[in-house]
Design a protein around this ligand. Structure first.
Ligand code: SF4
Length: 450
C-alpha cells in the first residue's frame, strides 16, 4: 500500500492517563488473528477474574465472530485491579487487539490521504490533556498503516447533501466555511450554531454539484453574509435574532433523540432479556411523553423527574464551555467524523446538522447532571436527587464537569449507536430543518435564564 498523507486536527492534544474507562465502556470485537494470538499468550483461569474465558462468541457461534469477555460491570476481562491492561503489562502494547491500540483515535479519508480524529468519550480528549499530536506523528503513522492497510486508494467523497452527489474539492469548500464560522469565538456560540444551520438549510435545497469550486465558494460567501446580517445580536445593526419558537412535536422528538444519546449498554445489559427490554421501553416512554422519572445512568448520575430538567434553565456558558464546544465541533469537522462512512452514510450538510444538535443534547444532559450533582442526598443513595423545589435553585448552574460528563456520553454514541443511524432518526432531522425547527432547537435549548 502507498504511504498516505496523514493530517492532524489542529486544536487537540492527547495522552492516555490510564483511567481504564475505555476498557469498561466498549465491546471489543477481535479478529481471528487476534483470537489466535490471545490463545498463544496462554492465559489461565487463575490469571483472569471470575473464572471468565479470555473471549466468547459474538452473536451466534455459526457467525464465527468473537469478542473479549466482560465482567458484570462491563469491564474487560483483561482489565486488572489497578486499572491497567493485563495483555499490555505482560506482552507489551503491540500485543493488544487493534481496537484497544487505536482508541481514542479514528482515521478518516480526506480525498488526499487520511486525517486523524479523536473520540470525546475519552476524558483525556475532553480535557485536551496530554502531548501535542504532532509529537506523536510516527506512532500515528504506524497505527494508520495497521488500520487502513486494506482500504482502496480512491475512496469516493461523501454526498454534499441529499440533493447533491459528492466531490472532494467541493466537500473541502463546505468544510472550510463550516470551520471558519463555527470556530470564530468572537461570535457567541449560540449565534454561530443558528447561522450555520440557517445558511446550510438554504444550500441544501440546490444541486451544488453543478457548481465549480470557485462558484461554490462564492455562493457560500454570499449566503453566509446574508444570514449574518439577518441573524445578528448587534443592536447597532438594528438586528435581533428572530428564531421561531420550538413546537410541541419538535420538543417530543428532541427528548427522544436525547434518549438515544443516553445509552451506554454493556453486554450484561443486552443479555437481561425481557426484564431489560421492559425497562428500556419504560425509559423510552419517559423521554417520549416527557413525564415521569428518567433512568439511572450511573451510580453518580441517578434518574430524576424529567420535568425538573425541562423546566429549569441553568446558566452554562463560560469561556471554558465555549472552548470545549468549539474544539469539539471543529475537531469533528476537521476529521470528517460527522458524515459519510463515519456517520451512517449521511451527506456533508445533513451530517453537519446532526453534529450541531449534539450541543443542545449536551446542554440538556449537563443540566440533568448538574441538578443531580447539586441536589443529591447521599443519605438515601441519591434517590432524592432532582428535588429542585426543595433545593436552592438559584445556586444551581452547569459546571464544566457537568458539560464534560454529558459530552462524553453524547460522543460515545454519536456515529456509533445503531439507533442514531435509523431511517426514522434521519428523517426527523430533515423534518426539523424543513420546518425551521433545527435553528429553533439550537437556539432555545441552549438558552440561559434571563
Ligand atoms: S484488552 Fe486491555 S486495552 Fe483492550 S479493553 Fe481489555 S483491558 Fe482494555
Amino acid at each position: 500500500m502507498k504511504p498516505r498523507l496523514l493530517e492532524l486536527p489542529l486544536l487537540q492534544n492527547w495522552s492516555c492517563h490510564n483511567c481504564g474507562g475505555c476498557c469498561k465502556k466498549h465491546l471489543i470485537e477481535i479478529t481471528e488473528e487476534e483470537r489466535l494470538r490471545i490463545d498463544a499468550q496462554g492465559w489461565t483461569v487463575a490469571e483472569l477474574p471470575d473464572g471468565l474465558p479470555p473471549y466468547v462468541h459474538l452473536g451466534p457461534a455459526s457467525f464465527g465472530k468473537h469478542r473479549l469477555s466482560q465482567r458484570e460491570d462491563g469491564a474487560c476481562v483483561f482489565l486488572n485491579e489497578a486499572g491497567l491492561c493485563r495483555i499490555h503489562a505482560k506482552f507489551g502494547e503491540a500485543a493488544k487487539p487493534l481496537p484497544c491500540r487505536l482508541y481514542p483515535y479514528v482515521f478518516h479519508p480526506t480525498g488526499k490521504g487520511l486525517i486523524v480524529g479523536l473520540r470525546y468519550s475519552c476524558p483525556s480528549v475532553i480535557r485536551n490533556a496530554g502531548r501535542d499530536l504532532d509529537a506523536q506523528r510516527d506512532d500515528l503513522k504506524h497505527l494508520a498503516q495497521a488500520t487502513v492497510a486494506d482500504w482502496p486508494d480512491n475512496i469516493p467523497a461523501p454526498r454534499l447533501s441529499d440533493k447533491s452527489p459528492g466531490a472532494w474539492p467541493l466537500v473541502d469548500v463546505l468544510l472550510a466555511a463550516f470551520i471558519e464560522d463555527l470556530g470564530d469565538r468572537t461570535i457567541p456560540l449560540r449565534l454561530r450554531l443558528v447561522r450555520v444551520a440557517a445558511w446550510t438549510e438554504l444550500l441544501s435545497t440546490a444541486n451544488l454539484t453543478e457548481l465549480t469550486v470557485g462558484q461554490l465558494r462564492e455562493t457560500c460567501r454570499v449566503v453566509r453574509a446574508t444570514v449574518a446580517q439577518l441573524l445578528t445580536d448587534d443592536p447597532a445593526a438594528g438586528g435581533n435574532v428572530a428564531i421561531p419558537p420550538t413546537d410541541r412535536l419538535t420538543r417530543l422528538s428532541f427528548t427522544q433523540l436525547v434518549a438515544y444519546y443516553t445509552r451506554e449498554d454493556t453486554v450484561v445489559d443486552q443479555s437481561r432479556g425481557w426484564g431489560g427490554r421492559w425497562k428500556l421501553l419504560r425509559d423510552i416512554l419517559v423521554f417520549t411523553f416527557r413525564r415521569g422519572r428518567l433512568p439511572d445512568l450511573s451510580p453518580t448520575w441517578p434518574g430524576i423527574l424529567i420535568r425538573d430538567v425541562e423546566r429549569n434553565l441553568l446558566p452554562w456558558f463560560t469561556p471554558q464551555a465555549d472552548e470545549l464546544c468549539t474544539r469539539y465541533l471543529v475537531t469533528k469537522l476537521q476529521s470528517r467524523a460527522f458524515c459519510g462512512p463515519a456517520y451512517y452514510g449521511e451527506p456533508v450538510i445533513e451530517g453537519l446538522w446532526s453534529l450541531l444538535l449534539t450541543i443542545p443534547v449536551t446542554v440538556w444532559l449537563a443540566r440533568w447532571h448538574a441538578i443531580t450533582r447539586m441536589t443529591s442526598n447521599s443519605a438515601n443513595g441519591g434517590r432524592d436527587a432532582g428535588r429542585v423545589e426543595a433545593a436552592s435553585s438559584e445556586s444551581l448552574r452547569i459546571e464544566q464537569i457537568d458539560l464534560e460528563t454529558a459530552l462524553a456520553r453524547v460522543d460515545h454514541n454519536h456515529g456509533y449507536s445503531p439507533a442514531l443511524g435509523l431511517r426514522s432518526v434521519k428523517s426527523r432531522l430533515r423534518s426539523f430543518a424543513r420546518r425551521e425547527q433545527l435553528t429553533s432547537l439550537l437556539w432555545n435549548v441552549t438558552r440561559e435564564p434571563v
